[in-house]
Design a protein. Sequence first.
Length: 276
Amino acid sequence: MVFKRSIYKSPAQLRLMVAPGLATAASLDAVRDALVAGVTTLQLDELAEQAIIAAGGMPNFKLEHGYHHTICSSVNDEVVHGIPGSRIVQPGDIVSIDSGAILDGWNGDSARSFVLPDPARPELVAERQKLSDVTEQSLWHGIARLATAKHLNEVGEAVEDHILSQGEYGILTDYIGHGIGRRMHEEPPVFNYRVRAKGPEVKPGLVVAIEPMVVLGDPETYVKDDGWTVATEDGSAAAHWEHSVAVHKDGIWVLTAADGGAAGLAPFGITPTPIA
């Protein structure tokens, strides 16, 4: 007889997921503070690794077969899974950084997008900043829905509704969010758009990584010759935002936000509750 592993964590397991979430957030803070024109994506990778180690963790992306870096750094038309290297970040670039940490056998996973200033191209910067803002806000709409949802796939409805209300944007459907825990990628799938199925019940113990990926043009993508980097077919810019979020008996807690998601959820009238 085959027993299916439950997707729900115990209160003790949820508590163990707080530290890797904070280590992941620290790595992204380190990247944010160092991200200026002229820096290489490999330098950002090194800073992210140092931050995770300083927090007592290890980079979990390095545990993915064939991957050897702490972060994924995706620039401009690259949506996700970009490999850090000698590429120099330029003014006006939109840079998406995905990072994760493992600590005591438990995982964190989060992503943010950053737009570098470029006084020579203010319209380009404004367009890309709005793309990033729309993507980030769609993430918070999804997290806010998780706080009240009966079933997980309500999250995708909230994400899609916000994105479509903001203009003509493309939502990736080939890449979605996921459960997270002992492994970085677990069941259940977390969609960023409407699906017919309801998905699993939202109840204490559910931990998911919600991660909308949005583009300025057509959402069709391809994988570059390096076998990892996913880029848009039409060359349009992309943004990626992600948080790992836990549902517990007293509410929700954004594991990869230092404040548990308080600032992001405030506009929705939701106060996250620490995991007891």
